[in-house]
Design a protein around this ligand. Structure first.
Ligand code: USQ
Length: 406
């Protein structure tokens, strides 16, 4: 496929940075946008990624040294429309890959402040991107990271974005009904509705990638230099299930199964995220099309996932305990779960499956940085239902971190 101008929003993140290097390596002209707010949120929660992360400026410099390729950097906040308009009019992208959202369900459930922050940041940022595209590059293709969690766990098969309905003798095709898991997942639902509307009304080209839980510590490009690693999280707020379990296994703490572990989710390897995004870049949506791809490769219950990690870690000499703890979230157990993912497969995705070799890769990486594991941030403290009326806090921006108040 020919070279395109690709603008990556959220280029400092777990997925954004590997995507930037990967597409740059494929010969695309890549620019990244970030305001480093995620680093600030991490600081607020007292967490750090497992591997030390250089500044984005430094990563871009090292990437140029190892690959000979340049990545342009724009520093700013997507909720500032003047900044967004200036980036789009200067760079004139063909494709925009939008990762720049607050990505954590627990973070969005801490209290009112974090729920509002999540939805404002995500929904307003995406609205500004839509309007800036209209202004500067109306024919460009927006590839927006959505989530499988938009659908929740309905008692019917999950289709890709839409549902054919028949009601009182009439038929229509509607956006698939959404039953999301958190205020974060809800923010993605709101984005989807705004984008669907803009596709219909303005003729925007949109691909909404409803992605499952991503796992993995590396891609080919992150392995090329110690300063090119990505931000692998394992803490209760920004870490996701499988990555957390791998860290827990290596650290020798019990794997934290929330509830009875029968809740089931879709998963994919970080390398497949890059392939899926590349497929979307190479095959743009039509003008006026709001296209939805369900982006995952495998489905596991939490119990199955924990057993996989226990088994793989055993081969490395780790004795791993699995512990079911009271579920801090409100979510279904023993539920029906049958999502389809045929679109990306039909466009050529060749899935990487969870296997011992992959575990070896992740477990080896975790072992390398075991000295940096902070066990204080592993156990879940954010609850979906609050014991007090903390969820209804005042308008104050004052945050009291437990145990530090005078
Ligand atoms: N879980 C455990 N133990 C843990 C952590 C999680 O049992 O230590 C369970 C949760 O209860 C939940 C499932 O694992 O049922 C997934 O939780 P997660 O924290 O791995 O992922 P989630 O909160 O759903 O969010 C993550 C990403 C988000 C992305 C989403 C895809 O943070 O950005 O949108 O995965 S999906 O889950 O398909 O919505």
């Amino acid at each position: 496929m020919g070279s395109k101008k690709v603008l990556i929003l959220g280029g400092d993140g777990y997925l954004g940075w590997p995507t930037a290097m990967y597409l740059s390596e494929q010969g695309h002209e890549v620019a990244v946008v970030d305001n480093f707010i995620k680093r600030q949120w991490q600081a607020e929660k007292g967490t750090e990624p497992l591997m030390p992360i250089s500044t984005l400026h430094e990563r871009i410099k090292v990437w140029k040294e190892v690959s000979g390729k340049s990545i342009e950097l724009f520093v700013g906040n997507l909720t500032n429309h003047r900044f967004v308009y200036s980036v789009f009019s200067k760079f004139q992208p063909d494709s925009i890959i939008h990762y720049a959202e607050q990505p954590s369900a627990p973070f969005s459930m801490i209290d009112r402040h974090h729920a509002v922050l999540t939805q404002t940041n995500n929904v307003v940022g995406t609205l500004n991107v839509m309007f800036a595209m209209q202004h500067s590059c109306p024919n460009a293709h927006l590839i927006k990271l959505g989530t499988m969690g938009e659908y929740g766990t309905p008692n019917i098969d999950i289709e890709e974005g839409y549902l054919d309905v028949e009601h009182n003798g009439r038929k229509d095709k509607v956006l698939f009904p959404k039953k999301p898991f958190s205020f974060y997942h809800l923010s993605k639902v709101h984005d989807s509705h705004n984008l669907y509307f803009a596709a219909q009304v303005w003729g925007m080209r949109v691909t909404d990638l409803n992605q499952g839980v991503v796992y993995g510590a590396d891609t080919d490009e992150t392995r090329r230099h110690e300063k090119l690693v990505t931000s692998f999280h394992y803490d209760e707020v920004f870490g996701t299930a499988l990555n957390r379990f791998c860290v827990q296994a290596v650290e020798g703490v019990p794997l934290t199964i929330y509830g009875d572990g029968t809740q089931t989710r879709s998963f994919l390897n970080i390398r497949d995220t890059l392939k899926c995004v590349e497929i979307a870049v190479d095959n743009p949506a039509d003008a006026g099309e709001f296209r939805v791809f369900n982006q995952f490769t495998e489905i596991f219950s939490m119990n199955e996932l924990a057993l996989h990690v226990q088994e793989a870690a055993k081969k490395h000499g780790y004795k791993v305990e699995i512990k079911a703890i009271k579920n801090p979230r409100v979510e279904k157990s023993n539920h029906y779960y049958k999502p389809t993912n045929s679109s990306l497969l039909s466009l050529g995705l060749d899935p990487i499956h969870l296997s011992d070799a992959l575990f070896d890769d992740v477990l080896a990486r975790v072992k390398e940085f075991k000295h940096r594991i902070n066990t204080d941030v592993i156990y879940p403290t954010v609850k979906w239902q609050h014991d007090t009326n903390k969820a209804d806090d005042s308008d104050s921006d004052l945050m009291v971190v437990e145990g530090t108040a005078a």
